[in-house]
Design a protein around this ligand. Structure first.
Ligand code: ADP
Length: 549
């Protein structure tokens, strides 16, 4: 496809030598040189404005370069003139370019679009795409080319390739299953190799599966519902794509087992714009599910055991009382009987040796045994009462209501007025935040704590008790602080156990704090103590705040 072109020596621009002949053929009767000039002027104007570079190379030298060529190469148009084209190619490709050029010119072949890296004046390079043809320039063959700067396009394509490579690498090495489904047909369009790791199927096998084969029936149902709901919601917003949603799906495995996955689904328009695709990332949570199920089972078992224990506690403390009352009653009967015997025998009607044998039994053995029975009865009575108290405390589920703790403590304060005055104890109650709880049960909690604070004051110094409260992370926290005898470190956990008393001399039954712990626990709260022997104790109670559901 050679073309015969004559350059104008004045402009250095290409001229169409056949242009004059063609004009004559078309019946243009203007003088040939005028038509030629006109044509040349047109071409020159075109060249100057062209955004692509146009150039002519003859004998390896640049014989024409338009502004765009000069701009791409970083030279002025004057500098371009007679520049060996090899100076515009990077060192390493110079030889190759020279051979290519010679072959083209010698073979009189056009240049198919080739990509080259142009070396600019300032040493930087640009990527160009060059195409062209061999022409006659001033009677000699020359290469006329068009050069387009494709640096940005190349960089963008390279960046895209790099990002695709990175995402492929990520997807292929991910331990989560990543898949893409055509929302309209339900057909799987992509799945990553993690499918083999987690489900045992090869990628090809997984690709050939339908959704019905990949999910267990209940999960299939759940997935369909979730996607439909999401689509309906979005349809309301006039948006076909749905926002990301996370559902737990059970997937089938090659060996017949199943795995539980936490699947995050998002949808987007397919690259061809034809349909919406759902992209899913499924994480294996089988172990987590198993642990959760086990925890649930254990919790249920524990709750059941607790219920049984509560029943046992209630029935033993309640039902053991009647035999105890019997024992108490009959031991009193026996006392009367002994009294009767004593007076019956006191009249001296018995023979002396019988009297001798009976008297120590009547006067010592039997009263002593009865004494033991009575002590045991009252001990058992105390124990049973304490157990019954614990069993009753918080037996009914707390009625969780907004409770004004200021009012509640003011009532308790009033009830303790006499003891406070009697023991000359100062009680300060600060501003208390409200909480959610059962007022009657909470009243028992704070009465027990105040009771203890009073009971375990140090008689060696004036007693002082302070009750304060605050909110912390949405919870209402209260503190009952005293300057009493304190509790040593080793007893600080045990004091909340049933019947645990550090010093039995103080009286009480060792059940007060066990009751506190039980009630607070049933409120979903927590109680703990900080204490230093000889300094005092702080009992903290954390309860649901008013804004907790
Ligand atoms: P009780 O007071 O009837 O003995 P509690 O369960 O209320 O039973 O308390 C258990 C034990 O914890 C008490 O016997 C006492 O030794 C210790 N204790 C409780 N409150 C205080 C306190 N504020 N200061 C010092 N010791 C305390």
């Amino acid at each position: 496809m050679s073309q015969h072109v004559k350059g104008s020596p004045k402009t250095g621009g290409p001229g169409n030598a056949s242009g004059a002949g063609a004009a004559a053929e078309r019946g243009d009767h203007r003088p040939t040189s005028e038509a030629l000039h006109e044509s040349e002027a047109k071409y020159a104007a075109l060249m100057e404005r062209a955004r692509d570079g146009v150039f002519i190379i003859q004998d390896g030298l640049c014989k024409f370069a338009n502004q765009a060529t000069a701009d791409i190469c970083g030279y002025s148009m004057e500098e371009m003139m007679d520049k060996p084209y090899t100076a515009l190619v990077r060192d390493e490709s110079r030889q190759e370019a020279a051979e290519e050029y010679s072959a083209r010119v010698a073979g009189d072949t056009g240049v198919e679009p080739v990509e080259l890296e142009v070396l600019r004046k300032d040493g930087t390079t640009r990527h160009v795409e060059i195409s062209g043809a061999v022409i006659q320039h001033q009677g000699e063959p020359a290469l006329m080319g068009i050069m387009r700067d494709i640096t940005e396009r190349k960089q963008a394509a390279e960046a895209l390739r790099e990002s695709e490579r990175r995402y492929r690498l990520l997807s292929e090495n991910a331990s989560d299953i990543i898949w893409v489904i055509d929302l309209r047909t339900g057909q799987l369009k992509y799945v990553n190799p993690a499918v083999t790791l987690l489900r045992g199927y090869s990628v090809e096998e997984a690709m050939a599966q339908t959704l019905e084969q990949s999910l267990t029936p209940s999960s299939l149902e759940a997935a369909r519902k979730a996607v439909e709901n999401a689509l309906v919601m979005q349809a309301r917003d006039d948006e076909r794509r749905f926002k990301p949603l996370t559902i737990e799906l059970e997937m089938t495995c090659r060996d017949g087992s199943t795995i539980w996955t936490e699947s995050r689904l998002t949808s987007h328009r397919s690259p061809d714009g034809e349909t919406d695709e759902v992209v899913g990332v499924a994480r294996d949570i089988t172990e987590r599910r198993k642990a959760e199920e086990e925890r649930k089972r254990l919790n249920e078992e524990l709750a059941q055991r607790n219920r049984e224990l509560e029943q046992l506690l209630y029935f033993t403390s309640h039902d053991l009382r009647s035999p105890l009352v019997n024992i108490q009653g009959f031991s009193r009967e026996m006392e009367y009987s002994i009294e009767e015997l004593r007076s019956a025998l006191g009249d001296g009607s018995l023979r002396a040796e019988v009297q001798e044998k009976v008297t120590p039994v009547l006067e010592a053995d039997m009263p002593e045994s009865l004494g033991y029975i009575r002590t045991s009865i009252s001990k058992m009575d105390v124990l049973l009462s304490a157990l019954l108290r614990l069993s009753r405390a918080g037996r009914s589920a707390p009625e969780m209501e907004r409770t004004d703790m200021g009012l509640l403590l003011a009532d308790i304060h009033k009830g303790a007025e006499f003891r406070l005055r009697d023991q000359d104890v100062k009680l300060d109650i600060g501003e208390l935040p409200p909480c959610r709880g059962d007022a009657a049960q909470l009243s028992q909690v704070f009465s027990n704590l105040l009771d203890n604070a009073l009971k375990y004051l140090d008689t060696g110094r004036p007693g002082s008790i302070r009750i304060i409260g605050w909110t912390e992370n949405g919870r209402s926290v209260y503190c009952v602080e005293d300057n009493g005898i304190g509790i040593s470190q080793e007893h600080q956990t045990e004091v909340f156990q049933m019947f645990h008393q550090v010093d039995r001399k103080a009286g009480g039954d060792g059940m007060g704090l066990a009751i506190v712990k039980k009630i607070v626990g049933r409120h979903g709260g927590r109680v703990w103590v900080e204490s230093e022997p000889g300094v005092g104790s702080r009992f903290y109670v954390s309860l649901p705040g008013v804004n907790e559901g």
